[in-house]
Design a protein around this ligand. Structure first.
Ligand code: BEZ
Length: 213
């Protein structure tokens, strides 16, 4: 196990899941990916997280993102838990949960933090781009449910950076003004890329309307 950092290649793996054996790279194909871990099956916070992820599954699909969860119980347990999640959260889980009983994926992605718990995974999230590079890592404690709207917001920001050479300011939400990346200096390129113009508050702080709106 090595600590995975932004820009590293996401490790590939094969593991059993609630929908059968999965080879991670084949599952992702050319999509973006969100890989996220849970302490264990039939736990309350995870039930709400997985339920909400299923509720907004259309939002992930719209952004060309495939979601995959990890929990350290077996596939049969996952299938029973999914029935409970569907029931209690009024949704239909339509993404796989990896059955990581042997801790293969948890270890590969450093999802077990022994000083928090020797056996259970913490709440890790990895956003992975189509080139299989890790673009976000996030770790929450077991007792705090994550904000999946925030994960969608980060995906929007990353995709805008890739497509339009912009960064997103504090508390940015889709549709707000954005920031031209400091490395872009050529006036002709700026004109072409930002036909709506931009405001240079400082030479390093150039604000422009969100280009894809
Ligand atoms: C859970 O639902 O996973 C959980 C709830 C409270 C403390 C730790 C974990």
């Amino acid at each position: 196990m090595t600590t995975l950092r932004l820009g590293d290649t996401a490790p590939d793996f094969e593991q059993d899941s609630s929908i059968g054996k999965i080879r991670f790279y084949d599952y992702l194909g050319d999509s973006w990916g969100v890989l996220f871990s849970h302490p264990a099956d039939f736990t309350p916070v995870c039930t709400t997280e997985l339920g909400y992820t299923a509720i907004v599954s259309g939002e992930f699909a719209k952004r060309n993102v495939k979601v995959i969860a990890v929990s350290v119980d077996d596939a049969e347990s996952h299938k029973k838990w999914i029935e409970d999640i569907n029931d209690t959260q009024n949704t239909k889980v339509d993404f796989p949960i990896l059955a990581d009983q042997d801790r293969k994926v948890s270890t590969l992605y450093d999802m077990i933090h022994p000083n928090a718990s020797a056996t259970a995974t913490v709440r890790s999230v990895f956003i992975i781009d189509p080139a299989k590079k890790i673009r976000l890592t996030l770790t929450y404690p077991a007792s705090t449910g994550r904000n999946f709207n925030e994960i969608l917001r980060v995906i929007d920001s990353l995709q805008l950076t890739d497509s339009h050479s912009v960064a997103t300011p504090v508390n940015w939400e889709d549709g707000d003004d954005v920031i031209i990346v400091p490395s872009l200096k050529d006036e002709a390129v700026l004109k072409e890329k930002f036909p709506k113009g931009y405001t240079a508050v400082r030479p390093y702080l150039r604000i422009t309307p969100q280009p894809n709106k």
